[in-house]
Design a binder for this molecule. Structure first.
Ligand code: ZN
Length: 252
C-alpha cells in the first residue's frame, strides 16, 4: 500500500534534539554544540547550525545549512511512500559539514577510501564515520537472499568527486558515502522528464527488502524523495536516528 509521507506524519522534534542526534551519529568528528554552533574534535572552527537566511526549497538544496538538512523527517521501513511535492528528506545537505566529515577535496576524500567487496566487485568507499563497515553489513544481510543479486550488481558507482547533475552542489558520491545499484532497475526524476517541483510519480522496481537492509545500517534511500533517484543510497545515520525519535515510519 502506498502512503502519503510528509512532515505532519511525525512528531515535532526540537532543533536542539535533532542536533544532539546528529552529533551522536558522527562521534569520530563531532564533539558537541555550543551557542548555536557545532564543535569539532580536531579543533576546526565551529560551524553555525542556522545561517539565519530564509530559503525556498530550491535554495535549501543549493546551499543548505545544518538546520535545513534536518528539516524534513525521513520515513523508514519496508514500505513504499508517495512523497508530497518537494518532500525530499535527506536531499538537503550542508556541504560544509559533509566536507568536515569526509574531506574537503577529492584528494582528502581519496586518502580515506577502502575497497568494499560488493558481490564480486571491489567498490571504493570511505572508511570515515564507519561508512565502509556499514556497507559491509548491508551486503552481509542481502547476500543471504540470492534473488536480490540482479538488483544490487553491477553497482553504478560509489566514489566520484562531482556535482549533482544540473546543480552547483557536490553529490554525496564525492565523499565516498553513497552507492548506486544496478541502473537497469533505476528510476530518476530527471530521466523521466521531470522539472523541479513538477515530477511524475512512480513505483520502485527494487524490492523493499533491499531498502530495509540499507536503512537498518544508516543509509537513506533516494526512492523516498519527491525528486526520486531510486538506485541511490547514502549514509545519513542522523536522519534515521531522528526518524526513530520522532516515531516516523513508511509503513502506516
Ligand atoms: Zn547516487
Amino acid at each position: 500500500m502506498l502512503l502519503l509521507a510528509g512532515p505532519a506524519q511525525a512528531d515535532e522534534l526540537s532543533l536542539a534534539r535533532k542536533v544532539k542526534l546528529l552529533i551522536d551519529a558522527y562521534p569520530e568528528t563531532l564533539l558537541g554544540s555550543e551557542d548555536g554552533s557545532i564543535l569539532f574534535r580536531d579543533g576546526e572552527p565551529a560551524l553555525a547550525i542556522d545561517d539565519g537566511k530564509a530559503k525556498d526549497h530550491a535554495q535549501k538544496l543549493a546551499s543548505g545549512d545544518i538546520e535545513d538538512s534536518l528539516s524534513q523527517i525521513y520515513p523508514p521501513g519496508p514500505c513504499e511512500t508517495r512523497p508530497e511535492v518537494n518532500f525530499d528528506p535527506g536531499r538537503i545537505r550542508s556541504e560544509v559539514l559533509m566536507k568536515r566529515l569526509y574531506g574537503g577535496s577529492a584528494r582528502e576524500v581519496e586518502a580515506s577510501l577502502v575497497k568494499v567487496d560488493w558481490f564480486g566487485s571491489k567498490l571504493p568507499v570511505t572508511k570515515r564515520q564507519g561508512v565502509a563497515q556499514a556497507l559491509e553489513k548491508v551486503r552481509d544481510a542481502l547476500k543471504t537472499v540470492p534473488d536480490l543479486k540482479i538488483f544490487l550488481t553491477p553497482s553504478a558507482g560509489t566514489f566520484n568527486w562531482r556535482k549533482v547533475a544540473g546543480a552547483s552542489n557536490l553529490s554525496v558520491h564525492s565523499f565516498g558515502a553513497a552507492i548506486d545499484l544496478n541502473t537497469r532497475y533505476a528510476d530518476y526524476w530527471v530521466w523521466a522528464g521531470g522539472k523541479p517541483g513538477r515530477v511524475q510519480q512512480r513505483d520502485s522496481q527494487y524490492p523493499m527488502t533491499i531498502v530495509d537492509a540499507f536503512e537498518r545500517n544508516g543509509f537513506i534511500w533516494g526512492g523516498r524523495w519527491y525528486h526520486y533517484d531510486t538506485m541511490h543510497f547514502e549514509y545519513r545515520p542522523e536522519l534515521l536516528a531522528i526518524a526513530k525519535a520522532a516515531g516516523a515510519s513508511a509503513c502506516r
